[in-house]
Design a protein around this ligand. Structure first.
Ligand code: CMP
Length: 300
């Protein structure tokens, strides 16, 4: 059975250059329409767990359809191709010829078949002329997919700006993005403890950390330096099994680190021996520079 019989208002479709996602067609709507759709999605038990960025794009891409009195919007048992939000009017929800309830403006519906890939669980019929916002299933799926791609791109660009990774070939950097996790810390949290075994590498994505180290003649570890966004630590753990040489303590609330653990890294990227060689050389070069600096300081 086909859903609805109104022709799609294709003339209302146009590309909105402010839409962040080139794969989906945005449809201009005023702020009260956006508010109504967002509210409907957020108060639907099954849709409210979607990420805010997904919801925003769904809102952007919904287009309007008018259903006349007695017209079917959804037919029970049919395949589902759209997700809906009622803007104006009144709808009956019917299952096995039994009236289950009515839907009023500000209600999202038709989510079950779209989310769970099942047949329509109920029939939805216009009690009176109704204006309904519609999202095509394919667009919904594109939004979910492209958000993941956008996130990937965001991390990719960020990692490209990290000095350690700036010359890495594209496909390797992309592999690293695939095995990243994000960890959150509050001020004072220990991210790394000196002397412990370590198998994770961190890049600071937000906030600041403090590096401290035990020194002879002092009970308390001493602060060596602070690190900020784009700085990294624990890189030695990716190439060897050294114990941690310093403490790393979050210096701000909501400090965020991109984390890669050695096993995941080895599984995903480690087959590329040149990458490990690259990292090893980088760390070695850093140590040499450090050594040179210290020598220069001694001489002067
Ligand atoms: P879906 O199964 O995709 O299509 C029919 C829609 O009707 C369903 O998603 C829900 O959005 C809605 N629906 C199903 N059962 C009920 C119910 N008992 N009360 C209100 N709405 C319902």
């Amino acid at each position: 059975a086909k859903e609805g019989v109104s022709a799609e208002p294709t003339s209302r479709h146009y590309y909105n250059p402010s839409c962040q996602n080139p794969d989906v067609t945005c449809v201009r709507k005023d702020s009260s329409a956006k508010k109504l759709i967002t509210g409907a999605i957020m108060s639907n038990d099954f849709l409210q767990q979607l990420e805010a960025s997904h919801v925003r794009r769904m809102v952007d891409c919904m287009y309007e359809r008018v259903y006349t009195q007695s017209q079917l919007v959804i037919q029970e048992g049919a395949a589902g191709n759209h997700l809906y939000v009622l803007a104006e009017g009144l709808l009956d929800v019917i299952q096995n010829s039994r009236l289950l309830g009515q839907m009023h403006p500000g209600t999202a519906f038709g989510e079950l078949a779209i989310l769970y890939n099942c047949k329509r669980t109920a029939t939805v019929k216009a009690v009176k002329d109704s204006k309904i916002w519609v999202l095509d299933r394919q667009v919904f799926q594109n939004i979910m997919m492209s958000s993941a791609q956008a996130q990937h791109q965001e991390y990719f660009s960020f990692l490209r700006s990290v000095s350690l990774l700036k010359d890495l070939p594209e496909e390797k950097l992309s592999k690293i993005v695939d095995c990243l996790e994000v960890d959150f810390y509050d001020k004072g949290d220990y991210i790394i403890r000196e002397g412990e075994e370590g198998n994770t590498f961190f890049i600071i994505a937000k906030g600041q950390v403090c590096v401290t180290q035990a020194v002879e003649g002092s009970q308390e570890p001493q602060e060596i330096k602070k690190l900020g966004v784009g700085d990294y630590f624990g890189e030695k753990a990716l190439i060897s099994e050294d114990v941690r040489s310093a403490n790393i303590i979050a210096d701000e609330d909501d400090t965020q680190c991109l984390v890669i653990d050695r096993d995941t890294f080895n599984q995903m990227v480690g087959t590329y021996q040149e990458l490990q060689t690259y990292l090893r050389e980088y760390v070695f070069q850093l140590a040499l520079n450090d050594h040179d600096r210290r020598n220069a300081r001694k001489k002067s």
